[in-house]
Design a protein around this ligand. Structure first.
Ligand code: SAM
Length: 281
């Protein structure tokens, strides 16, 4: 079968450039270009979009994104050893790949991107969670991105899409689902990666909603959910009592029984509570 491009297979790229995987950088590479092309397709129609990729490594997903027609890919990579391999991809796709060397947590790529852009990444999971929270909490909404297509450890992916009443349901689900549609679009076994990680992975796709699903002040909602889920086994009348002296009355007013626990409460009622407890402006 013909490859997705005319560049060498990734195993050869890794051997040529001496890219032995470094654990400290969370390097678990995807070497199957058909799989990376599939992940790129899960990111949607890229032909009219700029794409921000975090952690391109030897460039498997980068090549998938470019072969899927991405107008312009901007990729941030922390490991300088990967830069020559990425330069070869840039040469094969003239004017369509910009590589920035640096830590994605400290690199501003926005000057290179035309919003609304898409974001795609296969990242170490701790960096991924921190970036996800940042992308979901910009100073104003809608954000500069229209979709996020991100690889996570499966357990984290389940926390992002979790529904009330499940063990995985918590702050991350509420934050993600308040202002985005979130779904798991692909599951990958450890063997899909080189070297294989200890756990399974999943790709989550998040699409930004034009406005939050229910109105609420972001800071108040965040304070309530943090307080409620920090003591998730307590009844809400106990865990939230520090937020308002008459908390039971507020809970009842939005349809929450004071004896309910955080994991039973859906997003709509958390937002209603945030509207009642928001400081006057
Ligand atoms: N995207 C490639 C793939 O799918 O094969 C590599 C994935 S590997 C799981 C994670 C990549 O993120 C590595 O190339 C690593 O060097 C890079 N990385 C780790 N921490 C980073 C950070 N803070 N900023 C940018 N890149 C980072």
């Amino acid at each position: 079968m013909a490859g997705i491009d005319d560049l060498p297979p990734l195993r050869e790229v890794i051997a040529t450039h001496g890219l032995s995987a470094k654990k400290a950088l969370g390097q678990n590479f995807l070497l199957d270009l058909n799989l990376t092309a599939k992940i790129a397709r899960a990111a949607g129609d890229l032909t009219a979009a700029d794409v921000l990729e975090i952690g391109p490594g030897p460039g498997g997903l980068t090549r998938g994104l470019l072969a899927s027609g991405a107008r312009h890919v901007v990729a941030i990579e922390k490991d300088p050893r990967c830069l020559p391999a990425l330069a070869e991809i840039a040469a094969a796709y003239p004017g369509r790949l910009t590589v920035l060397e640096g830590d994605a947590l400290a690199t501003d790529a926005t000057v290179h991107l035309t919003p609304p852009y898409r974001i795609a990444a296969n990242l170490p999971y701790n960096v991924g969670t921190e970036l996800l929270v940042r992308w979901l909490t910009p100073p104003s909404w809608p954000p500069a991105w229209e979709s996020l297509t991100l690889m996570f450890q499966k357990e984290v992916a389940q926390r992002i899409v979790a529904r009330p009443g499940s063990k995985a349901y918590g702050r991350l689900a509420l934050l993600a689902q308040w202002r985005a549609d979130a779904q798991i679009v692909m599951s990958l076994p450890p063997g899909a990666f080189t070297p294989p990680p200890k756990v399974s992975s999943a790709v989550v796709r998040l699409d930004a909603l034009p406005q939050p699903r229910y109105p609420a002040d972001a800071a108040t909602l965040s304070r309530i959910t943090a307080t409620a889920f920090n003591q998730r086994r307590k009844m809400l009348r106990a865990s939230l009592k520090g937020l308002a002296p008459d908390i039971e009355r507020h809970l009842e007013a939005v349809g929450i029984a004071p004896t309910d626990r955080a994991e039973q409460i859906d997003l709509e009622r958390f937002c209603a509570l945030a509207r009642r407890l928001a400081p006057e402006r």
